[in-house]
Ligand binder design. Structure first.
Ligand code: PMT
Length: 208
């Protein structure tokens, strides 16, 4: 099967030397890409900036911004059977990117932010994807409720929800603990390394 995985953070530029980003390391998405490639599937990994090595036997596209990630997904969507969005995409970007480094003239500085494109939310429509669509949900409260809203709102077959307020899991950790949220039920998986979890998740996703 052809599998597309998004991973890592995006960087939204403020000026030539500064950007908005988040704490995603890419570990969860890269582990998933590896798990599918190890099972003989053809994987395209679309990744924001990370320090991780590109997994073996995976096609790799490095992007910086949400808009670039969206363009990469849109360009390859017609070839995919499974899409997994593990990236932590910035929800907002600066409305204007300063051409020169912003100088510290004033005591305060107000940045106007505007919404970025919702990549997962545009995969069913307008992209028209009909394969298996898996999203993540990074939540700090009401994990299952927020995850189910995302599942229904974005037309996913499964949302993999993690509580990113818990120490030792989620962003930049080596381990994760997730709740699998389907339309009519949910299943909790025990905490384990992201690589072990990715093996389990690959088997689960292939069986949906
Ligand atoms: O990278 P690691 O350090 O290993 O950490 C893993 C992780 C915590 C980043 C990962 O497990 C995770 O939860 N990824 C999703 C992070 C996130 O942005 O969640 P969200 O609830 O804000 O977004 C919901 C879904 O929409 C996600 O599938 C996200 O990829 C997608 N999204 C969000 C915003 C946007 N503009 N476009 C999107 O596609």
């Amino acid at each position: 099967m052809n599998v597309l995985v998004t991973a890592g953070p995006t960087r939204e530029p403020i000026d030539p030397v500064r950007y908005l980003t988040n704490r995603s390391s890419g570990k969860m998405g890269y582990a998933l890409a590896s798990a599918f490639a190890a099972r003989g599937h053809h994987v395209l990994l679309v990744s924001g900036p990370t320090i991780l090595e590109v997994p073996e036997a995976v096609d790799f596209l490095r992007i910086e911004t949400a808009a670039e990630m969206h363009a990469a997904v849109e360009q390859s969507i017609s070839r995919q059977q499974i899409v997994i969005c593990a990236a932590a995409v910035a929800d907002y970007r600066p409305a204007m990117v300063a051409a020169q480094k912003i100088k510290k003239h004033d005591e305060s500085l107000i940045l106007e932010l505007v919404r970025t494109v919702d990549i997962l939310g545009s995969i069913r429509q307008p992209m028209g994807f009909t394969g298996k669509l898996i999203g993540f949900a990074a939540e700090t409260e009401r994990l299952e409720e927020h995850a189910r809203e995302k599942l229904l709102g974005k037309g996913c077959d499964l949302i993999i929800a993690n509580d990113v307020s818990q120490p030792g899991i989620g962003f930049d950790a080596n381990e994760n603990k997730v709740l699998l949220v389907y339309r009519d039920h949910s299943v909790s998986l025990p905490q384990s390394s992201k690589s072990h979890l990715a093996e389990e998740l690959a088997n689960i996703i292939l069986n949906i």
